[in-house]
Design a protein around this ligand. Structure first.
Ligand SMILES: [Cu+2]
Length: 154
């Protein structure tokens, strides 16, 4: 892939495959700026498996951001209290969409402060050895219109 095309894809926030195999996952999303307090925030990515076989998301890396980490979390309601639980993997069936939303499946970003207006590089790792890189725009807390109720992290 030539550099101009890669740069264009970055500007568009479009994911591309870093492996030799053709990408079968289309990804887009956003991260939330870190609120005051501990360096923890959340990111929400929507994945579409455009391939003919299932894909298993097994990990997330933050390329170039040492000391920071990203973990898959689900949110479950127990007696009216929302609790977050780490997930080791998420299966995306062929043709299926996976939506991360506030109060549901999300990525916890730990160890760095996200600033609104910046971008967060993510690498999605799949069980077949392929990976997809994506740059997420970071939105301000007040711009996160999908989140009208407060989802407390930590
Ligand atoms: Cu979480």
């Amino acid at each position: 892939m030539n550099k101009t095309l890669v740069f264009t894809l970055i500007l568009l926030g479009v994911a591309w495959s870093t492996s030799a195999q053709p990408a079968t996952i289309a990804a887009q999303g956003y991260a939330r700026e870190t609120p005051p307090g501990p360096p923890m925030s959340a990111a929400f990515v929507s994945l579409h498996n455009t391939g003919r076989s299932e894909q298993v998301l097994t990990g997330i890396e933050l390329p170039g951001l040492e000391g920071a980490s990203a973990d898959l979390h689900s949110t479950i309601s127990e007696g009216g209290v929302n609790r977050m639980r780490p997930l080791q993997k998420v299966v995306i069936a062929a043709g299926a969409h996976l939506e991360m939303v506030p109060g549901g499946l999300h990525l916890m970003i730990n160890g760095l402060r996200l600033q609104a207006g910046d971008q967060l590089p993510l690498r999605l790792l799949f069980s077949d050895g392929s990976s997809v890189d994506i740059l997420l725009p970071i939105v301000g807390l007040s711009d996160d219109s999908e989140n009208h109720h407060h989802h407390q992290h930590g």
